[in-house]
Design a protein around this ligand. Structure first.
Ligand code: SF4
Length: 380
C-alpha cells in the first residue's frame, strides 16, 4: 500500500508531507540506508499501528530521558503521541503509583510479544536486587517479567548497556547491564544496546523506526550496538583530526593550542578508542560543534565498556586502528627530545628518509609544545 498525503498528515499532524518525508529520509541517512529507504520508512510509519513502547527505569539519572526531551525532529510530544505509542514511562506518565502499575500490566498483556521494552539505568543484582524497586518489586524481577514478553529490548544509555556510572569501582549495588541479567535468567528476547551518557536520541529513534519498517533489529556489532551508529571510532570523524595528524595538540585547558582548536589527545581524549557517531550526529539540534570535543572537552569514552567511568579522565587513550602518518611523530613521543628511529619506524611502518623527517619533526614539535606549555603557564 502506497502512503498518501492525507494518511501521512494524520500520522504526524502538523508536519507537511515534504517535512514528513524529509524526517524519514534523515532517519534513513542516520542508519546509513540508501536514500530511497526514507520512503519505505514513511510508508511503514504511516500505514502501521504505532509500535507500543514500555520504558523501564532502573539505576539512572534521567539523562537518557532528558536527551530524548531535546529532540526537535520530531519533537518529544510528536514522538510519544504520534510516532510510537509510549505506554509506560515513570517520568512522563500522567498517572502514578497503583494506577501506573496497573496500566503497565494491562499494556503488557494487550501487546504481548509486540511491544518494545526500553531499559535505562543499570540493574542492581547484589543482595537480590533490593537497591532499586518500583511498586514494591525489584527492577531485576521487573526486567525479567517485562523482557520475557517483549518483541525486543532496547537498552538505552551506558548504564543499561554495560553498567555505566553505577558500575564504577567498587560497584556497591552490583550494577549490571540489562543484557547480562537477561542472559543469566535464560531470557532470549533480542537486545540492542544504545550506549552513551547521554545517548544520542536519534540513534534510539532510528533503531525503533528500523524495527518498525523491517521487522528486525539493525545489524549489530559484537557488543550488540547498531553498526550504523557505532561502526566507527570517534577519532575517524572528528573535526580536530587534521590537527592530530599534523601533531598539533592542546597541552592544557585554555592554552594557545586549546584556543586554536587543536587536538585534545594529550588532555586525555578517548576518541581514538571509542566507537560512536557523536561527531556526525551531534546533540540538541543546534548545529556544528555541539558535542564534547566540539566544545573543547576531550571525549571520555562513555559509549565504550572498559573506557568510560573506568579509565582516568585525562589519561591518554590507547588508539585503535590508527596508523600514524609517517611525516609526523608518534603522539606519545617525549617532548623536546625528538624520537628514536626505531620507534617511528614501528609506529609509522615507514623506512629511510621518512624516518629522518619524522624524527626532526618530533623534535620541532616538542619545542613548540614546550613553548606552548610555558606560555600557557604564564597566562595562568
Ligand atoms: S584525539 Fe580526540 S580531539 Fe584529537 S582528533 Fe581524535 S577524537 Fe578528535
Amino acid at each position: 500500500m502506497k502512503v498518501d498525503e492525507a494518511t501521512e498528515a494524520s500520522i504526524i499532524s502538523g508536519l507537511s508531507r515534504r517535512d514528513f518525508l524529509k524526517f524519514c529520509s534523515a532517519m534513513a541517512a542516520v542508519m546509513g540506508l540508501p536514500l530511497g529507504m526514507g520512503e519505505q520508512i514513511a510508508e511503514a510509519v504511516a500505514t502501521q499501528k504505532r509500535p507500543p513502547v514500555l520504558w523501564l527505569s532502573a539505576q539512572e539519572c534521567t539523562g537518557c530521558t532528558e536527551s530524548l526531551l531535546r529532540t526537535n525532529h520530531p519533537t518529544l510530544e510528536k514522538l510519544i503521541l504520534e510516532l510510537i505509542s509510549l505506554e509506560y514511562h515513570e517520568t512522563l506518565l500522567v498517572g502514578s503509583g497503583k494506577q501506573a502499575e496497573e496500566w503497565r500490566v494491562k499494556s503488557m498483556n494487550e501487546n504481548k510479544g509486540k511491544y518494545i521494552l526500553v531499559v535505562d539505568g543499570s540493574i542492581p543484582v547484589k543482595d537480590n536486587g533490593i537497591y532499586c524497586k518500583i511498586g514494591g518489586k525489584t527492577v531485576m524481577s521487573l526486567l525479567e517479567e517485562m523482557a520475557s514478553q517483549a518483541a525486543a529490548v532496547i537498552a538505552i544509555g551506558s548504564c543499561s548497556s554495560w553498567g555505566g556510572i553505577p558500575s564504577a569501582d567498587p560497584n556497591p549495588t552490583g550494577a549490571t547491564a540489562a543484557h547480562e541479567v537477561l542472559k543469566s535468567k535464560g531470557i532470549k528476547t533480542p537486545v540492542v544496546n544504545i550506549p552513551g551518557c547521554p545517548p544520542n536520541p536519534y540513534n534510539f529513534l532510528s533503531t525503533v523506526l528500523y524495527f518498525l519498517t523491517f521487522k528486525k533489529l539493525p545489524e549489530l556489532d559484537d557488543q550488540a550496538r547498531p553498526k550504523f551508529a557505532y561502526g566507527r571510532i570517534i577519532h575517524e570523524n572528528c573535526e580536530r583530526r587534521p590537527h592530530f595528524d599534523a601533531g598539533r595538540f592542546a597541552l592544557q585547558f585554555g592554552d594557545d593550542g586549546h584556543r586554536k582548536g587543536y587536538c585534545l589527545y594529550k588532555l586525555g581524549c578517548k576518541g581514538p578508542e571509542t566507537f560512536a557517531n557523536c561527531p556526525v550526529q551531534l546533540f540538541n539540534d543546534v548545529g556544528a560543534g555541539a558535542w564534547p570535543v566540539g566544545t573543547g572537552h576531550p571525549c571520555f569514552g562513555c559509549t565504550e565498556k572498559g573506557v568510560g567511568f573506568t579509565l582516568p579522565l585525562h589519561s591518554p587513550a590507547r588508539p585503535k586502528y590508527i596508523t600514524p602518518p609517517g611525516m609526523f611523530p608518534h603522539v606519545d613521543e617525549k617532548r623536546g627530545h625528538g624520537t628514536t628511529i626505531a620507534a617511528v619506524g614501528v609506529a609509522a611502518g615507514l623506512a629511510g628518509a621518512a624516518l629522518g623527517a619524522a624524527a626532526v619533526t618530533a623534535k620541532k614539535l616538542g619545542k613548540e609544545d614546550e613553548e606552548q606549555g610555558k606560555s600557557g603557564s604564564k597566562e595562568k
